[in-house]
Design a protein around this ligand. Structure first.
Ligand SMILES: [Zn+2]
Length: 273
């Protein structure tokens, strides 16, 4: 076989409609782009003149397969993070798009999640306070789901889950909670009324504080109670909470800002430019 015959021999298995173009290369019969290319002259050896290359159809097929694989990996990651985050599987579907909350709250929560980089860098936690049934837990779970969609590890728990954990596993459980980029403690302030319970709460909150990692708390306690606790043990915890979080009142239908705090002011600047 001489050189010109070798050049005409395709290096790719041709499809029925493919053809050899004037350049001596195999072309796709559908998009007409070449399916092979010449090596640079200095690299060419007899029998090694050409290498396969992608035509438009092949490129589109490969890109679609890559996208499908990336989507699969993303969905697996999201599903793993959701499974780890929530104390109950029903919370996995609580998102701002299918939300029962009012428009203002939804927008606030969406902005909080969208601006996560700055929120996290500034350690801007939230204290969602107000009576039972105002959507605090729902709102917190929506934030968790929005962040998990971005593959950010979030954990949502309550103190009874921590206290119900076997004693010798508790330290690991707490360490694991503190590893999350965002920790949500639901029903804060309802923990067992023992020194040990309070000490455990303090440990978790203090660890987040030292690590400068954001915390969201939901509580049925009023802001007034949090600001004027009944004893020193609680004061130590509540002071730290108020230092780390911006209070957001859930008092029925409207999302009213809590009492003006530096933390809330800084957060408003991020969210509202
Ligand atoms: Zn093609």
């Amino acid at each position: 076989m001489n050189i010109s015959e070798l050049i005409k021999t395709p290096v790719v298995e041709p499809e029925k409609e493919d053809y050899i173009g004037e350049d001596g290369l195999l072309h796709c019969g559908i998009c007409h782009e070449q399916k092979e290319s010449y090596y640079p002259p200095e690299l060419q050896r007899p029998g090694w003149e050409k290498h396969p290359s992608e035509c438009q159809c092949m490129r589109e097929k490969r890109e679609a397969e890559e996208k499908e694989y990336r989507d699969y990996l993303h969905r697996s990651k999201v599903s793993e993070l959701k499974g780890k985050c929530f104390p109950s599987t029903k919370m996995e579907s609580w998102t701002f798009d299918n939300c029962i909350l009012d428009e203002k709250k939804i927008r606030f929560g969406e902005k909080y999640s969208e601006n996560w980089t700055e929120i996290e860098a500034g350690n801007h936690g939230l204290l969602l306070w107000g009576p039972v049934g105002t959507g605090k837990t729902y709102f917190a779970a929506c934030i968790a789901n929005a962040l998990i969609e971005k593959e950010i590890p979030v954990r949502m728990t309550n103190l009874s889950a921590v206290m119900n954990c076997k004693f010798d596993e508790r330290e690991d459980f707490i360490r694991d909670l503190c590893r999350a980029r965002l920790l949500i403690i639901d029903d804060f302030g309802m923990e067992r009324d023992t020194s040990y319970g309070l000490e455990t709460v303090f440990q978790i909150i203090d660890r987040r504080y030292i690590q400068q990692k954001p915390l969201i708390l939901t509580t049925n306690l009023s802001l007034k109670t949090l600001e004027h606790p009944s004893d020193l043990e609680r004061q130590r915890i509540y002071d730290r909470v108020l230092e780390m979080t911006a209070p957001v009142a859930f008092l029925g239908n409207s999302l009213r800002p809590g009492i003006g705090k530096d933390k809330k002011k800084q957060l408003d600047e991020i969210l509202n430019g």
